[in-house]
Write a protein that binds this ligand. Structure first.
Ligand SMILES: NC(=O)c1ccc[n+]([C@@H]2O[C@H](COP(=O)([O-])OP(=O)(O)OC[C@H]3O[C@@H](n4cnc5c(N)ncnc54)[C@H](O)[C@@H]3O)[C@@H](O)[C@H]2O)c1
Ligand SMILES: O=C(O)C1=N[C@H](C(=O)O)CCC1
Length: 268
């Protein structure tokens, strides 16, 4: 049995992961952390997740949690990321990263850590979005600059980062297909007299409201037609199941940096 440590077990995704683990074959909850000062510290992780007692106490002792399990899963916040990664490296424990909104410094830290431990990172652990990235790459490469790409995303009102990590990953797929740099081609807002749309721009539109779990559309608009690739997540369980699948796969890998395409066997 593979033991899993959930970092940020009090969050929306943390609770979804603990709940999904309760009926997952071959994986079991081994540790669950909360941020220091959290009101539920020392409580039971299963009770907080709404699936009944699992006999795993919620802790803020990151080092002990990392040392106690076979694999860690991090869906927290960028501010917690550095400590989480350092704890994984110090304990030699593989880690699955779901946290989005990471900056260039955090990405560089990931590169360094990947020479010590196996790491999977994905902005979206659903199989559907993993396939959609491939479809977006194929469509953008085939259609070229005559088709304007706009990436639309919608999430719940509590989401803290924008555009979503998934939208940016879809943008990277389009940029790779076109052989351009995403940062140089991105248009993230429009207001006032913007002028005509630059050829080759990759636009991002962000919507926030209510309890929307996560929706993404890649629109490729040409003359007289447009294609729209859309993914709608209706439950966080789809992200949680994907991350658990990644965790089960990661414990059999050597040190290195992987993504969800590697986990699903879609890598070229
Ligand atoms: N990759 C994916 O498939 C996917 C899916 C959903 C969400 N996400 C991302 O996961 C992250 C979390 O999303 P969420 O909706 O669960 O947010 P959330 O705000 O509900 O949860 C984040 C949790 O992290 C906790 N936290 C902060 N610092 C901590 C620390 N030092 N130790 C332990 N816990 C700490 C917070 O207290 C909070 O409970 C976001 O970055 C989000 O974009 C990724
Ligand atoms: O709820 C969130 O936050 C989500 N974040 C990920 C992202 O930023 O792409 C995945 C979808 C849900």
């Amino acid at each position: 049995m593979t033991t899993v440590g959930i970092l940020g077990a009090g969050g929306r995704m943390g609770r979804a992961l603990v709940a999904a683990l309760a009926d997952e074959q071959g994986l079991t909850l081994g540790a669950a952390t909360l941020r220091p000062g959290h009101a539920e510290l020392d409580g039971d992780a299963g009770v907080l997740a709404g699936v009944g007692a699992l006999d795993i106490a919620l802790t803020d002792d990151l080092a002990a949690a990392a040392a106690a399990v076979d694999v860690l899963i991090d869906f927290t916040l960028p501010a917690a990321f550095e400590d989480n990664l350092q704890a994984a490296v110090s304990a030699g424990t593989p880690i699955v990263i779901g946290t989005t909104g990471l900056d260039a410094e955090a990405e560089a830290a990931l590169d360094g850590a990947a020479s010590h431990i196996p790491i999977v990172q994905a902005a979206n652990y659903s199989s559907g979005v993993t396939l959609m990235r491939r479809l977006a790459e194929l469509a953008a490469g085939a259609l070229g600059d005559d088709y304007d790409v706009e990436i639309l995303e919608a999430h719940h009102r509590l989401k803290k980062d924008a555009p979503s990590g998934t939208a940016l990953a879809l943008g990277e797929a389009v940029a790779a297909a076109r052989g351009v740099n995403l940062t140089e081609q991105s248009v993230r807002s429009r207001d006032g007299i913007t002028g005509e749309r630059p050829v080759g721009a990759i636009g991002f539109q962000t919507l926030r409201g209510g309890d929307i779990v996560g929706e993404h559309t890649v629109m490729l608009a040409g003359q007289g037609e447009r294609i729209e690739l859309t993914h709608r997540a209706s439950s966080r369980d789809t992200f949680a199941r994907g991350a658990l699948r990644a965790a089960g796969w990661l414990v059999h890998q050597s040190a290195g940096r992987f993504d969800m395409e590697d986990v699903l066997g879609l890598s070229a």
